[in-house]
Design a protein. Structure first.
Length: 458
């Protein structure tokens, strides 16, 4: 692996970070350069003399990469903690003064892992410990509403925030190989257990609810040849009190899987073909699948033909009543490409997807040699209704007001949470990065960081 290519990929990541200011970015880059020089001085980069040395070098590369990342992360955290101690801007600080409504985390920066705003005031979020917090005033105040016996360590959690009052939490306990589930109907004040005794698998692939009653659980299993793969699909019609396994007849498996419900009988998902001569699924064969009998049987839906040297991905569709919208992206396999092809589909009452727009969008794919975690630039698309949507890719942000037929690029003020954003109206939206929560009131034209209050809701 070329050291300079690796350094460049990390430089790109630091430069595109929307939270760090210019001075902080330069400080971290200087640390990275210092580490690079120290590595050269110590002779980490040596000429390869024989095949054995080549193999050892391949083993050394990941260690050096994560060592470098660790230093970058610690430096970033140090800068953030220093900033938080000066102005307490984004950290949630709890006092030990005896006030029951205040608690303290010294020099701790508050991270969000998930966010779901129901409207402009009420929302749910998941913190970096897997706990659940809820707000009723757009995060001026918040309340920890996690179940009292909620297992957090050594568990895989899936969160479903349905409306202002109802939420579900599904937990895979790794150490004991068991599923658990919790439900609330009063905004997290009280939680009850859900019956998931018949759920089989080894973790979650996806969990989806389209209302308080109808939901799906897609479990996963460990495949010796291909790794973690989707396994079994279960559906509920009573909010999760009981589950029925679906047949999945005709549905091809794939390396990743989402499921989406459009009505009481219709479910959408993805499938792929196995690459010839291997045990691996081929991303260039990704296809949309449809079930009209609650997942018992499936049929492929031919929407796009993959172009040469590209891979295709369908993002999870959004439905608004009997209409829906879905985005498909064809990305280049080569790291040389600087754009991707995005296609917008509308779903109408006649139960068909109709293509409304093809467009090229900025896109960067990073080589697996440079850094496996940066293989692709994440693309995020969100619609607040059938007409109004937002698209973020490669630090470019766009907005549409006609269902994706035309797009206007927005000027990024450095605070747009490109990877995680959502809108509750045509003007009001929320988003988060690893270290900050943001809000917009002008349709995404400008974003401002939200300062969490140190006091919880009573």
């Amino acid at each position: 692996m070329d050291k300079n290519r690796f350094k460049k990929s990390v430089d790109i990541y630091i430069s595109s970070n929307p939270v760090l200011n210019k001075e902080e970015k330069e400080t971290i880059k200087q640390k990275l350069n210092q580490l690079s020089m120290e590595m050269d001085e110590k002779g980490v980069k040596r000429k390869i003399r024989n095949p054995l040395q080549s193999k050892l070098r391949l083993l050394l590369i990941p260690i050096l990469i994560f060592f470098a990342l660790g230093i970058v992360f610690l430096e970033t955290k140090s800068l953030m903690d220093e900033s938080a101690s000066k102005n307490n801007h984004n950290s949630i600080v709890k006092s030990q003064s005896g006030d029951k409504n205040i608690s303290i985390v010294k020099k701790s920066y508050y991270h969000l892992l998930d966010l779901k705003m129901i409207n402009g005031q009420v929302g749910w979020a998941v913190n970096d410990q897997g706990g659940i917090i809820r707000t009723t005033d757009a995060w001026k105040n918040y309340k920890d509403v996690s179940p009292s016996n909620f297992p957090i360590e050594n568990a895989q959690n899936k969160y479903v925030f349905i409306n202002e009052h109802e939420a579900r939490v599904f937990v895979w306990l790794n150490q004991v190989g068991k599923f658990k589930a919790y439900s609330t109907k009063d905004g997290g004040e009280t939680w009850g257990d859900l019956n998931v005794e018949n759920i089989k698998g080894w973790g979650f692939q996806d969990v989806q609810f389209n209302d308080e009653n109808h939901g799906l659980i897609y479990t996963s299993q460990n495949n010796e040849a291909a790794g973690i793969l989707p396994y079994k699909l279960y559906r509920t019609k009573d909010g999760g009190q009981s589950w029925k396994e679906c047949g999945l007849q005709g549905l091809s498996n794939s390396t990743s899987k989402w499921v989406s419900i459009s009505d009481e009988q219709t479910i959408w998902s993805l499938g792929q073909n196995v690459k010839k001569g291997t045990d691996y699924f081929d991303p260039s064969t990704t296809m949309l699948y449809k079930s009209t009998n609650n997942g018992e049987s499936w049929n492929p839906v031919n929407l796009l033909k993959t172009e040469k040297d590209t891979e295709i991905d369908y993002l999870r569709p959004q439905f608004f009543g009997k209409e829906g919208i879905m985005t498909a992206i064809q990305v280049p396999k080569s790291v040389q490409g600087d754009s991707a092809k995005l296609t917008i589909f509308h779903f109408y009452k006649n139960a068909k997807w109709v293509k409304v727009r093809d467009m090229e969008i900025p896109f960067k794919r990073y080589s697996e040699e440079i850094f496996p975690l940066f293989q692709k630039e994440n693309i995020n698309v969100f619609f607040s209704d059938i007409n109004h949507g937002w698209l973020a890719s490669n630090n470019h942000i766009y907005r549409t007001e006609d269902g994706g037929k035309t797009w206007t690029e927005l000027k990024d003020n450095g605070k747009f949470p490109t990877l995680n954003f959502q809108f509750v109206s045509t003007s009001s939206g929320f988003g988060f990065t690893d270290l900050s929560l943001f809000k917009t009131l002008d349709g995404g034209a400008s974003w401002e960081a939200i300062s969490f209050s140190s006091k919880k809701n009573k």
